[in-house]
Design a protein around this ligand. Structure first.
Ligand SMILES: [Zn+2]
Length: 210
């Protein structure tokens, strides 16, 4: 039975310098566990607040960049889907909210929280609302001189930004799309919430065997 692990006699390497699994700081007298990873007191309390100590700005910047990329993909996808299918109902809004949130979570390395949520909702709204611009350009493409597409597109910015509200001119269609938009924004909001902190500790390291 030599294969059986001998937990009671398991040996820990003496003098092993334990480092925080999140920020790399050598651990002092006590340590914590955050999502199962050894962490310093600073990272543990930051995790409880849904933020990464020292990584917060980087995480947010990366989440923002990934979110903008996903929103651009969502905008193109939303417009392409609507043009290709002439689909009346904007269900794609749900997918846009989802990919923006997933991309931001990926970019932040899993961190979230209120600022992330606000950005996710804004990006999702922009992607869906501004998708109306390429849709409109496509619809009226025969009446717009080829070289003027960009200029007309820029001129349509205010129209695009307010398109979800403008759609209320057709109350039933507009309301359905507004509800779907709201659900899509909610998906983005919830998908970038702070993860529920799983913080244990403090623990005191075993005294190193001499
Ligand atoms: Zn740390």
């Amino acid at each position: 039975m030599s294969d059986t692990p001998q937990f009671s006699t398991a040996e820990y390497p003496p003098q092993q310098i334990e480092r925080c699994g999140l920020c790399g700081t050598p651990l002092a007298s006590e340590y914590y566990r955050v999502h199962g990873r050894t962490a310093c007191a600073g990272c543990a309390s930051a995790a409880q607040n849904g933020q990464a100590n020292g990584q917060k700005n980087t995480a947010f910047t990366r989440a923002l960049l990934f979110g903008i990329g996903a929103a651009a993909v969502g905008l193109v996808g939303y417009a392409a889907f609507t043009i290709a299918t002439s689909f009346y109902i904007g269900y794609v809004a749900l997918g846009v909210g989802y990919i923006v949130a997933r991309a931001m979570k990926f970019g932040s390395g899993g961190f979230g929280g209120r600022p992330f949520q606000i950005v996710a909702v804004i990006l999702t709204y922009l992607a869906i609302a501004l998708a109306e611009i390429p849709i409109a350009l496509w619809e009226f493409r025969t009446r717009i001189p080829a070289g003027r597409m960009l200029v007309v597109g820029i001129r349509l910015l205010p129209v695009g930004l307010t398109s979800p509200i403008r759609e209320m001119r057709d109350p039933i269609h507009g309301l359905i799309n507004l509800v779907i938009l709201f659900v899509g924004l909610r998906i983005a909001w919830r998908g970038t919430a702070a993860p529920s902190a799983n913080v244990e500790g403090p623990f005191r390291p075993k005294p190193a065997a001499s």
